[in-house]
Design a protein around this ligand. Sequence first.
Ligand SMILES: C[S@@+](CC[C@H](N)C(=O)[O-])C[C@H]1O[C@@H](n2cnc3c(N)ncnc32)[C@H](O)[C@@H]1O
Length: 188
Amino acid sequence: MDIQTLGRSILPENYRFLQQHVYSHVGIVLEEDKQYLFESRLAPIVKQLGLESTNDLCVLLHDKGKKELSRRVAEAMTTNETYFFREPNHYEAIRSALLPKLREDRQHNKILRFWSAAASTGQEAYSLAMLLLAERMGNWDIQILGTDFSSKVVERARAGLFHQIEVNRGLPASLLVKHFRPSGLDWN
Ligand SMILES: C[S@@+](CC[C@H](N)C(=O)[O-])C[C@H]1O[C@@H](n2cnc3c(N)ncnc32)[C@H](O)[C@@H]1O
């Protein structure tokens, strides 16, 4: 390790503090080898605040009044990877095992509520909606709630606007043209 890298690396006590910080805010366990991840994800915050290093950010974070900064740091450490019909086996299980049971149980009122509890930018919730429509449940009273720790991704999910690269991931062309309209380089 050269002197420059050494000067910038996160001190062990700050590393432990950041691990604990992320765990207590979002329940994510970041192991001992995530030095680079902390450095790279927190670098924009360090830069924006005009700080020298992640260690300086930890000093600021120790101030309990810094609620918004605390939230931003935890949010920066979340991984928002998602795409349409991610984990196809789960959707197949919903289609072939869960839905037949729910159809039977809720036949009397046709009410269903779903919760995508870490929804990221919404592909999971929209995939479920498309699946339910394909299963001819459009006349049911269905709500799909999407929530996420990160308000940034929730805003994107709410907009329902997806870039061409995003719709290329997991979404069959037949469903794209059926449920989305082109909007410049995006689809919504
Ligand atoms: C890898 S993405 C998964 C998105 C989607 N569920 C999927 O499978 O495609 C994980 C998401 O979980 C969110 N997350 C992590 N910890 C969370 C928590 N404690 N509460 C709510 N959301 C959380 C992150 O912000 C991120 O958007």
